[in-house]
Structures are given as structure tokens and as C-alpha cells.
Design a protein around this ligand. Sequence first.
Ligand code: 5GP
Ligand code: MN
Length: 324
Amino acid sequence: MNLKMNDVKEIFNLINSSEDICITGHKSPDGDCIGSVMALYEFLKPLDKNVTVCIDGKIPFNYRPFVNEDVISQEYDGKKFDLLFILDCSDIDRLGKFKDVFNNSKKSVCIDHHKTNDSFADINVIDMSMSSTGELLYDVLKTLGQKLTKKAATYIYIAILTDTGKFSYSNTSSQTHRKTAELIDLGVEVAEIDNTVYNSKPSNVVKAYIECISSIELYYDNKFGIASITQKILEKNDADMGDIDGVVEFIREIKEVEVSCVLKEHEENSTKVSLRSKNNIDVSAISARFGGGGHAKAAGFEVKDTVENTKKLLIDTFKEYFGE
Ligand code: 5GP
Ligand code: MN
């Protein structure tokens, strides 16, 4: 464990001396973000503090059964905080509409595992060797010295489960498994969580997913695969963007694919790019070139342009890697 004891002591002191505490994570939250934020909320709840949770973006349908959504603020009212925790978020812009919370907090703590994190907070617990922010948070909470409740353990488990692709990605270490074993000892219900997170898709979401999969195009001898999630597909199937998960991972399942890409049309001139790499190509370095970031094998960025133009940009960018 690379955790610095001084950081943990400082976090402990800050929690004790703070009244109003805010917990936030990156916009369009995923399982790691939601799991980490909610685990920390569960941890702080019994301490008799005013704890606010805020995340920009809808909680995807498959995490809703675990979360009391009344607890999560959707709009920022300008409130000031003594202490702010920022989880699973590599830069302030990724807080979306809660960006200003950072300037309105006396102290900030960032806990994150992204390679591209630029240590913007007062205390930065950043460890890119961790599978997930949830795994890193588990170390922090354990070192803070309180037993986790089953609920907090469940949130950490969801964070780890989803960011490791069910313990299959290269970020999964023996330590990840050891910590997960401890979580199971705390009562985490593995099969039930799997059914809720992965086996509960509404049929409209599956239909939208199939349309996205149908849009896959392959380039450079099938080494680069790209698909789009457009507003048209979402509207037709009455689905939300955050509910369509796994398209980019599906493309990577194609044998020859080295890099997979999904374009998410948020607005006509706002396209979110998701990239996954199978082997040696560092997609976080490519994303950083376009103002984004992430991990070597999973990264992303935003383009202020249409899906069609962004597709051309991506095909052109990967010519450098795969073109003859
Ligand atoms: P996803 O493709 O699932 O949205 O994101 C994959 C990884 O890349 C995640 O770890 C995510 O935090 C990171 N990522 C995605 N989009 C961005 C972005 O616009 N900026 C940064 N800094 N990281 C991103
Ligand atoms: Mn993460």
C-alpha cells in the first residue's frame, strides 16, 4: 500500500474539525464514482456532521436500487463547505455543474486512481496502481480505523466490481482480490449485486444497445472499431445516455480490435469520446492531447463538434497508429 500516513491523519483531523462536508465525483457517474461517493457518505453519516452529496448527471438505472436518490443533490445552490471530498475525478472540469463547490470549500481532499490526475486539491491521495477509486478509498477508510457497515462494504464492492470489468482487467491485482474477500466477509451479497448491476436491463435499453452495436464500423484491418450512441437512438427507444453501457467493451471483444471507440452524442455539437485499448496503445495519452484523460486502457474526452466530424477526427487520429 502506497498510502501516506500523514495524508490519512490530516484527513482524519479535517473530518473532526469540519461541520459542513461535501462529497462529489465526476459528472455522468459510473459505478466506481457512485460506489465511492456513497461509501464515504455511509462512513461519515454516523459522525453527526452535515454531509452533502452532489453529482452532475443521472444515476444509471442499474445503480438506482442501491442509492437513495434524495440524498444526492442535482443542482448547486452556492452553499459553502468546510471540507470537500472529490472522488474518482481527475480534474475540476469533470465536476460539471458542481465545479464551483471547489472554490466554495475551505479544504479539499481528492481520492483518485487516474493517471492524468493533476493533484489539484489540498490533500491528494492518488494511486494509479489501484483498480478503482473504491479500492483506494477502502485503504483510506480502513486506515482511518472504523469497521465498515455492510452497506458501505457493498458500495465499495460495486466500485471495484465495475471498474475492474468483473475482476478481469489488468488493473485487478491480488490485493484487489484480498480486499474484495474482506468485503465479502462483511456481508456483501455477490450474486444479488451481479443480478442488479448486470442482469436487470429494461428491454428498451437493450433495444437501444442493439442499434448502437449495429453501428459498429471497423478500420485498419479491423484494428480500430468505432460506434455511436446518438440522440436519435436514445429518443426512439426512450433511453438515457447513462443507461447504455458496455458498447465500447463489446467492440473490444472483436479479435483483431486493438482500440475501440464509442461516440456519445450529448448535443448536436457536443460529442463524448470513450476509448478502450486491448494491449499496448495508451489511450489516456491520446485523450490528453484532446483535453481529456483517464487510464492507459480506458480513457475519454469531449469534442465540441458533431458525431460525424468527431468520427472523422478519430479515424484520422488512429491512422498514425494503424495506417499503412
Ligand atoms: P468512459 O469511457 O467510461 O466514460 O471513461 C473511461 C475512463 O476515462 C474513466 O476512467 C474516465 O474517468 C476517463 N475519462 C473519460 N472521459 C474523460 C474526460 O473527458 N476527461 C478526463 N480527464 N477523463 C475522462
Ligand atoms: Mn474509476
